[in-house]
Design a protein around this ligand. Structure first.
Ligand code: GLY
Ligand code: MN
Ligand code: MN
Length: 468
């Protein structure tokens, strides 16, 4: 955790914001989640907003902030003797609470009466949207709200306040993200070193996992490691690499204080790109460069997305896969056959930062309407950028057989798409290139160690240390 002053000052800022003006803020920490029976849990993952304000990475805690008194209380139990026998002795909760600047720790059973009393006094209890069923149940009980009405009890002013605060990263948060990215760089170097014909995707994931585990780290999300890069979030690893494949690895590590990294690299398994692989790779790299160049305060990210899409489209026109004008093709949404996802998202304590609070609140302002057009609809971030935002920039180009078949059958956008030529690329797979950036006062700064992405550099890294 950071120093106590960090958490105190974050809570103080929340209290001082205009929204929500008064009442109580109730933040739920996460519980262990059973895999198949209660004593066999998944690795523990703390809630991002709870971590942000209360810093403690242990299960079964509640944080309560009184907006009128300016006080903070933690609700949780000290470990029992039985807990200690089975799981070892954790630090005393009272001491951990002091380490995040909280003086008062109460037992969870007293939380219900505190909230009942607050409601009797007509004080609002502000809650965030629950994304785990056990939180739904617990909130329903604590607030005496029927399950079906819980969504109406969520506090939009609290969501807005949390999003406003968490969107702007402090220098200590940025340093954490850079640490996550140093580890992320090692994971990518490891995957590239093993990218040789005969290696299996599963072995490479195993090597990456081993590297992270040895460092006391973990993946910030389930990685993609696949020669089927056209499957956007491909979480299965059944293939063996062969000469001529492209290996797409989308992976990130977490920092000691739980901040995320999120980087994608594509490596030619043979150690050289075939000419059309290189052409598509350069098209994606060029779209990413155009987007990076455009990152700056006040620029709506949706415009940067479109700029990247136009750049990609210009290359696809040169390759005979599309017909222009590029501007019109992108306005119509034709490029989304190849680039069906958004350019990027916020990143911080959550790899898709704060998305449990609602993408509309995180990625769009009140006066923006989220686009419905296919492709653009998947853009999680459209709002104008501000200094302190950390965002990913991750254009891609994919040849997705079922999508191509579907669009071709509908003759969709056929004035812009050369389907004959596209069919030649079936089996190509997909390419995405992703890096993470801090928006600064006059532009943006790439975060983390340099992970080479020039085609000759990624090709040179392929298979430098094959698994035996
Ligand atoms: N790693 C998932 C993504 O890039 O959004
Ligand atoms: Mn990613
Ligand atoms: Mn990403």
């Amino acid at each position: 955790m950071f120093a106590p002053t960090t958490y105190r000052s974050r809570r103080r800022t929340l209290v001082a914001q205009e929204r929500p003006e008064s009442g109580l803020v109730l933040l739920l920490g996460n519980q262990h989640t059973p895999r198949n029976y209660v004593d066999n849990p998944y690795p523990f993952q703390q809630d991002g907003t709870f971590l942000y304000y209360f810093g403690l990475d242990r299960p079964n805690l509640y944080g309560l902030i009184d907006l009128d008194m300016g006080t903070s209380t933690l609700y949780g139990e000290e470990a029992t003797l039985d807990d200690v026998v089975w799981a070892g002795e954790p630090p005393a909760l009272q001491e951990e609470a002091a380490a995040v600047g909280v003086d008062t720790v109460n037992p969870p059973p007293t939380l219900g009466s505190r909230l009942t009393q607050a409601r009797q006094q007509d004080r609002t209890v502000h809650i965030l949207p629950p994304y785990r069923d056990e939180h739904r149940l617990r909130l329903g009980e604590l607030l005496n709200v029927p399950h079906a009405q819980l969504d109406d009890a969520v506090s939009e002013p609290l969501i807005q306040a949390v999003v406003q605060q968490r969107s702007v990263k402090s220098s200590e948060e940025v340093a954490e993200i850079e640490t996550a990215l140093e580890r992320t760089a090692q994971v990518h170097a490891c995957a590239q070193a093993h990218a040789v014909p005969g290696a299996s995707e599963q072995e490479i994931v195993g090597a990456m996992t081993g590297r992270l585990t040895a460092e006391g780290s973990a993946f910030s999300f389930t990685p993609t490691c696949s020669v089927r890069g056209e499957v956007l979030h491909n979480h299965s690893y059944p293939n063996t690499l062969t000469e001529g494949d492209l290996l797409l690895v989308d992976a990130g590590a977490v920092s000691p204080r739980h901040y995320a990294g999120d980087v994608t690299r594509v490596t030619p398994v043979a150690g050289t790109f075939a000419s059309r692989q290189e052409a598509i790779y350069r098209a994606v790299l060029s779209a990413q460069a155009a987007a990076i160049e455009a990152l700056a305060p006040d620029v709506p990210f949706v415009e940067i997305h479109k700029h990247a899409a136009r750049t990609l489209t210009e290359h696809l026109i040169d390759l005979g896969l599309m017909q222009g004008p590029a501007e019109e093709a992108v306005a119509a949404g034709a490029h989304a056959l190849f680039f069906p996802h958004g350019l990027g998202h916020m990143m911080g304590l959550d790899v898709h930062d704060m998305e449990s609070l609602g993408e509309e609140f995180v990625g769009y302002t009140n006066d923006q309407t989220r686009p419905e057009q296919f492709g653009l609809h998947a853009l999680r971030l459209g709002r104008p950028l501000h200094p302190g935002f950390v965002v990913t920039v991750e254009p891609g180009c994919y040849f997705i057989p079922p999508l191509i078949k579907h669009w071709r059958a509908e003759q969709r956008h056929e004035q812009f798409i050369n389907y004959e030529r596209v069919e030649d690329f079936l089996g190509f797979g997909g390419i995405r290139i992703e890096d993470d950036f801090l928006v600064t006062a006059d532009g943006a700064r790439a975060l983390g160690a340099d992970i080479p992405k020039a085609p000759e550099k990624v090709a040179a890294r392929a298979g430098s240390s094959p698994l035996s």
